[in-house]
Design a protein around this ligand. Structure first.
Ligand SMILES: [Zn+2]
Ligand SMILES: [Zn+2]
Ligand SMILES: [Zn+2]
Length: 236
């Protein structure tokens, strides 16, 4: 395969929007060995259906010199769609693991420990972005029935981001984000920055994974960004 010639590749961005929960792993298995490079320092995979230990282990053993790793599921929810109704949005929700707690990981603690263990080989990793929500999976589904004055008539899918009822989860979710960040920092000594998808922090239009493809204003999400400063976990 021609890709084998890319031995000195240092920077790689992939878009998995055409992959599904079943094809994600086989595609990685076919692709990664061909790109295996001790020099790769930046990897981003956008629109990936799920982030699990299998993926993280595979990434970290294939590309051990990564300094930046960006993986994001949640772009699949905010990407431009033909139809923005709830019914079509529910189909999108079903095709990815946007909120892996509690079905895949019982709580934020277990998720962070599992992810951190899988990322252990990445000794040089300084920046990590994990585009998943740490809010419970139910939150989005419960939000579907919350009234949203402007959009109700059109059945447009709205986000918990600006929902007064979902606000009750704010403190709990933000605490989970901080806890999970602390666990990952503890396990990856060189990591300086970690970022999660969230409904309870600011949107970040500057990030390259928040590409122009993401526009439905009705379904907004943002990023929770943490840094390690003097041994403390600081939300930026
Ligand atoms: Zn529709
Ligand atoms: Zn529909
Ligand atoms: Zn809501």
């Amino acid at each position: 395969m021609e890709l084998r010639r890319l031995k000195d590749l240092q920077y790689l961005r992939l878009d998995f929007r055409n992959e599904g929960l079943q094809t994600q792993h086989p595609v990685c298995q076919r692709l990664f060995p061909n790109l295996a490079s001790s020099k790769l320092s930046y990897l981003s995979i956008d629109m990936i259906p799920r982030i699990d230990r299998t993926l993280l282990s595979f990434v970290s053993t294939t590309f051990p010199c990564l300094k930046t790793l960006k993986l994001s599921v949640t772009g699949r929810l905010t990407v431009d769609r033909d139809c923005v109704c709830w019914c079509c949005f529910e189909d999108v929700l079903e095709c990815c693991m946007h909120s892996p707690i509690p079905d895949s990981y019982g709580d934020a603690n277990l998720l962070a420990e599992s992810y951190a263990a899988a990322l252990q080989p990445l000794h040089q990793l300084t920046k990590l972005q994990l585009g998943i929500f740490l809010s419970g999976e139910r939150m989005i589904y419960e939000h579907i029935v919350h009234p949203a004055k402007d959009n109700e008539a059109n059945h447009i899918a709205t986000s918990p981001h600006n929902c007064a009822i979902c606000e009750v989860y704010r403190q709990e979710v933000r605490a989970k984000e901080e806890l999970a960040s602390g666990i990952v920092f503890q396990n990856l000594p060189n990591l300086c920055q970690i970022k999660w998808s969230t409904f309870f922090d600011r949107p970040d239009p500057e990030d390259e994974l928040e590409s122009s493809a993401r526009q439905p204003k009705s379904f907004q999400s943002g990023w929770a960004l943490f840094e390690r400063r003097d041994g403390q976990v600081v939300r930026l």
